[in-house]
Design a protein around this ligand. Structure first.
Ligand SMILES: Cc1cn([C@H]2C[C@H](O)[C@@H](COP(=O)(O)OP(=O)(O)OP(=O)(O)O)O2)c(=O)[nH]c1=O
Length: 199
């Protein structure tokens, strides 16, 4: 049994897919992300550095709470997903209009999705990065607005979910489907095995 330091329902589904038994370590508290981890981009920070820093911060936050519960020997897993386009980091939309603006930028272009996954036993923190290139076909204003109205853009990096209706927008991916969805299972499995977890 591992701890999953995540509120993301996608990450839970994906871990279940590879039969990893986990207990969610839920983040509580105010804010868009329901945890105290600063998700602001630091000046000059690139997407690779950013996504790894945030995933490690989530893992560290989780480990601190595990110690408090006096269970330091269990493994803990955390992850972070972000998008990059034109050297710019694109996170979750603030509201519906922001979601529309993000999807208009992605329309007809290739963007990069980065997911960093971290496993820790409280002493060692190991990180793996999954990088995928995603090509969107050109989208009309109407279909973007319809998509955003379905609510599927909410709370997702890049204002879309490949696992939902946005599959209709995606012409091609190069990389990892599960990485785009929020937890790259190949890298996750390899990391867990590195810590002696048998799969
Ligand atoms: C690009 C893309 C993102 N997403 C989601 C996965 C993540 O939940 C979210 C990215 O936000 P994250 O900040 O990585 O994760 P989160 O806040 O949802 O969860 P937590 O920090 O508690 O682990 O976007 C999809 O579900 N499908 C997609 O195709």
């Amino acid at each position: 049994m591992i701890y999953l330091a995540s509120n993301s329902p996608r990450r839970r589904e994906l871990l279940q897919q590879i039969h990893v038994h986990f207990e969610p370590l839920l983040f509580r508290g105010p804010g868009r992300n329901d945890h105290d981890i600063a998700e602001d981009v630091l000046p000059g920070e690139d997407a690779v550095t950013y996504v790894q820093r945030v995933a490690n911060a989530k893992a560290t936050g989780g480990i601190q709470r595990m110690r408090w519960r006096e269970l330091p020997s269990r493994l803990l897993l955390a992850a972070d997903t972000t998008l990059e386009l034109d050297g710019e980091i694109i996170g979750k939309p603030d509201d519906g209009e922001h979601a529309v603006a993000i999807l208009q930028r992605l329309s007809g272009r290739v963007h990069r999705v980065l997911t960093a996954v971290v496993v820790s036993d409280g002493l060692r923190f190991e990180t793996r990065l999954s990088t995928s290139d995603v090509r969107f076909r050109p989208l009309s204003e109407d279909e973007i607005r319809y998509y955003v109205a379905t609510g599927e853009a909410d709370d997702k990096a890049g204002a879309y979910g490949i696992q939902g209706r946005a599959a209709l927008f995606i012409e091609e991916i190069r990389g990892s489907y599960t990485g785009i969805m929020g937890l790259p299972l190949f890298e996750t499995g390899a990391l867990l095995q590195e810590f002696g977890y048998s799969l």
